[in-house]
Structure formats: C-alpha cells, structure tokens
Write a protein that binds this ligand. Structure first.
Ligand SMILES: O=C(O)CCC(=O)C(=O)O
Ligand SMILES: [Fe+2]
Length: 430
C-alpha cells in the first residue's frame, strides 16, 4: 500500500486521537473551609506557634516568612539557591501542621474526576511556601518522586496578596490562575486550588503586595507510601474515548490495513518520570499503569480490542550521510559515553539495549545505498506523531522544584502490536 493510501486509511483514528486532547491537563477552583481548618501550627526555632490564617496580620505573616528557609530548586541533580529563579520562603512538612486536609474537604473527588479518571489517588503534603513582596518562582516542572507520582496540588490560603498569579503551560495551552484576585472577591474562609499533571510547566509571578501562602501536595496513583507497581486499574471517562475506540475498531476491521500485521505507534502527550541514573534499572513497562489523561485512554482502547501495547523510548540519532535514524528501546540507554561516534551509538543501542531501527513513513521501500540492505529493522505506523529523545543529551527538564534521586521527565511512545486481518489480537500471525 502506498504511503498516501495508508495515510488516508488511518486519518479517522488520528483525528479521534487529536480530539482526545481537548481536555486541559489541570483543574482550578475555590473551596469553602471552616476557620478551624485554617489554623496553622508551626515551629519558629524551637518554639511552637499557632497562626489563625483568616485573622493573620501582616506582622504575623512576616514572622511566618522568617521561620521559613529560603527555597532552593533542583538543577541537574543538585539543590541550588538562586534568587533569580526562585525567591520565596519554604517550610518543610516536618515543621508545620494544619487541620486542612484535601481528602476531607472534597478535593479528592474534584482532582480525581479531572486528572485521574477512576483511579484511586492519594495526597502527600509536601511544603508550605510563603511569598512576600518581591517573591516569585520561575517556570519549572515538579520533580517526580516515584513512578506513580502523577501531579501536584497547590492550595493558596486566604491571606490578602496582589500579584503571585500561577501560570500553567502545557504544549499549546496556557492558564493563568490569579489567587489574589479570586480571594479578594470571595467570601471569608475561601481557599483556591490548582491541580495539574506534574509535567505541566508552571510559574508563580512576582507578588507585588501582601503575602501569598501556599501548601503544595504531591499526587500519587494508588497509595503514596506504595511507590511501586501494584496499582489499581481504571476505566477512563475522557471525552472522545468512545469515538477513539470506535475508530480503532473500524481500522482494525479493514482488511487492507496492515495486511500482514505490524506496529501502531502513539507519541504520548505527557512526559513520564524515567530514571536518569544508570545504576537504577527502571523498567519502562512499570509506567504503563501510570499513564495520564489521554495517554491512558489510548492504552485502554488498545487493551479493549485485545492488543498488546508497550512503552518505548525512541532515540533519534543524526548520521552525517544517512540522515536521521530512529532506534526504539525498551529501556533507557543510560550507559552511552559522551565521546562515542554517532555510528557507534546506533550499534550500541542495537546491541546493548535491544534497540530496533524504525523505518520512516515515506521511505518504507527504499534501500540504504551503502550496504544495499534495508537500513531498518521494522516499521511503525504512527497515529500520533512519534515522540523521540536524543541519546546522551537527554531532553530532560533541567530545573525542578527539588533535586531528586535520579528521576527526570522523558518523552515516550506507546507501541501497539497488531496481527493480520481477522487475528488482530495475535501479533504472531503475520
Ligand atoms: O506556590 C505555588 O503556587 C507553587 C509552588 C511550586 O510550584 C512548587 O513548590 O513546586
Ligand atoms: Fe512547582
């Protein structure tokens, strides 16, 4: 089949996949809480203090700010203090306590409905942040703290402030959440919240007056204390999920599509925590139950039709005379040497990391002139554009909210095995 015919055939499924992406990767809102829930207990040196947030004076908030440590951020596995990047006070969870719990106040349902489909989730209180006048936190992604950490929740407590809006950005979407403005017009005892997937870029703009006090929580699939793989399964409710599943079914039924079976590919919309540490062997497949939003909807539809799907890192290697090579691996190639020749990179990926060279859509039948062999091992029909990574210079986020134990965000693709017509669920039938 020609490339243009194939393109026409997969078009409805590709369109259904694009439609899945209409849901924003965050949710924001307000919540009414009782004054008792807003009593903050904290340590100032060795002394215990109580601050009733709704009645807090500027002086008391200054004292709270003084009890905080200057906030650092993570840059390439180190915690650094840099006023140009993050200027705020931060208090570790061991040094304060507040009655407010997101579970008890209905935030669990709100966050679950929007970000996690039906899966069980849990919250882990992480930090208290105090932004006085002139404080800010520049764009970053929150550092992943385990495979099953999928997002963050920020709760801004009701203390008057101007500035300090939270900007959220993901691919082409942006949202500005101005807690100061929202709280100004809200009844007493209102808090604002924003929950977002942890690969969303976010920033806190400069506070121009007052104090912005926020609580940050890490969000986990399953139990926060169980950062392993035994996760509850889920059913998605994403808008467009049914449509996507139908389009997939129609395509699979078409006998002209992949007449001998083959591979379907989906570049994932979200980024996922993968190990940046060579000693720490993380199996990419452990991330399968942790797929977020639309990515998990795609996986569910594949499973529904009996298809095997697995996560891959696709490395893009630029060869001087031969153009770009795409090598797909089941694991991260963390042992590649910086000085390695490009030619050797492809070979090492193939030999040491089980790498498989993928052919490009529009060159499916051409030959490598030099070796007179097909220069790839397999072929993938990409439904959503492939997500690739560069070996060695991993395109990880360099800045996080804390330096962390060898996790970083990486681009992944979902590869689905499809059998011949009539036996689509059995990829061995080719
Ligand atoms: O205070 C906030 O609104 C956000 C803080 C934040 O992004 C972080 O601590 O990582
Ligand atoms: Fe953050």
């Amino acid at each position: 089949m020609s490339w243009s015919n194939l393109k026409a055939l997969i078009q409805p499924l590709a369109a259904a996949a694009t439609d899945l992406s209409n849901k924003p990767p965050w949710c924001t809102g307000t919540l009414q809480v009782s004054p008792e829930d807003l009593s903050l207990f904290y340590l100032r040196g060795k002394e215990a203090r109580i601050l009733r947030i709704p009645e807090a004076t500027e002086n008391q908030l200054d004292e709270l700010a003084e009890a905080c440590e200057p906030a650092t951020f993570g840059s390439n596995d180190k915690d650094v203090l840099d006023d140009n990047y993050r200027k705020a006070g931060k208090m570790d969870v061991n040094n304060f306590s507040i009655n407010f719990t997101p579970e008890r106040l209905g935030l669990l349902q709100a966050v679950k409905a929007i970000l996690s489909g039906d899966r069980d989730i849990s919250f882990e209180l992480y930090n208290l942040n105090v932004y006085g006048k002139g404080s800010f936190f520049k764009t970053h992604k929150d550092t992943p703290r385990g495979n099953n950490m999928f997002g963050s929740l920020v709760v801004v407590l009701p203390t008057p402030h101007e500035g300090g809006a939270l900007f959220l950005r993901h691919i082409n979407e942006e949202m500005i959440f101005d807690s100061g403005q929202v709280l100004k017009d809200a009844p007493a005892g209102t808090v604002t919240y924003a929950a977002f997937y942890s690969d969303v870029d976010h920033e806190v703009q400069q506070v121009t007056s007052g104090h912005r006090v926020s609580l940050t929580y890490n969000l986990y699939f399953g139990d926060a204390s169980n950062r392993s793989n035994n996760l509850p399964t889920m059913t998605t409710q994403a808008a467009g999920a049914e449509n996507f599943s139908c389009a997939l079914k129609t395509l699979l039924k078409n006998p002209k599509f992949l007449e001998k079976g083959g591979l379907l590919g989906f570049g994932l919309k979200h980024q996922y925590p993968i190990s940046s540490n060579a000693d720490k062997d993380v199996d990419l497949q452990d991330l399968v139950p942790c797929l977020k939003g639309e990515d998990s909807t795609i996986l569910d539809a594949c499973k529904e039709h009996g298809l095997e799907a697995s996560l891959k890192i696709v490395y893009e290697v630029e060869m001087e005379y031969r153009g770009k090579y795409h090598v797909m691996c089941d694991e991260m190639a963390s042992g590649l040497e910086h000085e390695m020749q490009v030619e050797d990179v492809v070979e090492t990926l193939q030999e040491d990391y089980g790498g498989i060279v993928i052919g490009q859509d529009d060159r499916a039948n051409t030959f490598d002139k030099e070796t007179m062999q097909t220069s790839w091992d397999t072929y993938v029909t990409w439904i959503t554009p492939m997500k690739s990574a560069t070996p060695i210079k991993h395109n990880y986020i360099a800045y996080g909210n804390q330096a962390e134990m060898g996790y970083a965000y990486g681009n992944l693709s979902l590869i689905v095995e499809v059998g011949a017509p009539g036996q689509r669920d059995d990829p061995s039938v080719r």
